[in-house]
Design a protein around this ligand. Structure first.
Ligand code: SME
Length: 157
């Protein structure tokens, strides 16, 4: 499999094609490479990664990611990630400073999108993407990240 050089910006379609080629069906491996793929090819993001539900219910633990070291544990209900997990819906935040309860992990982050990962109607984690630009993520970007999550789930059933 050929992997394009890092820091090349690719279209949504091209990133999805690369993703299909990278996935193995091994959960942590796939999450790790998905984070790396998105950081390398999605323009203007400073943090991307996964928080995963482990032993305790309603608690997200830091999983594979790219970016600065981040908060290790986020309860459902807290922050943007917790809200996405609790409500089982994507959160697309134009300005994180205006989101009540936003958890600052990287002070550069200005906008954020969080996609819940749902299996058998249960939230098993979230995909979190941060940008240092305000209002970085469009509805189209949101759909793209939702697609990324659904492709990973399809390969890891
Ligand atoms: N800002 C997130 C916390 C995770 S970091 O951005 C990596 C939140 O409010 O849930």
């Amino acid at each position: 499999m050929e992997f394009k050089a890092a820091a090349t910006q690719l279209s949504h379609k091209e990133i999805l094609q690369e993703l299909e080629g990278l996935l193995t069906g091994r959960w942590i491996t796939d999450l790790a490479n998905t984070s790396a793929l998105l950081m390398a090819h999605f323009r203007d993001i400073n943090w991307v990664g996964f928080y995963l539900v482990a032993e305790e219910p309603d608690t997200l633990w830091l999983g594979p990611f790219q970016g600065n070291p981040a908060c290790t544990m986020i309860p459902f209900k807290k922050g943007v990630c917790g809200a996405a997990a609790q409500d089982k819906k994507t959160m697309r935040i134009e300005n994180v400073d205006e989101f009540p309860g936003h958890i600052v992990c990287d002070s550069r982050s200005k906008s954020e999108v969080v996609i819940p990962i749902i299996k058998n109607n249960k939230v098993i984690g979230v995909l979190d993407v941060d940008s240092a630009s305000l209002n970085r993520f469009s509805v189209d970007d949101q759909k793209f990240f939702e697609n990324v999550v659904s492709i990973i789930l399809t390969k890891n059933h």
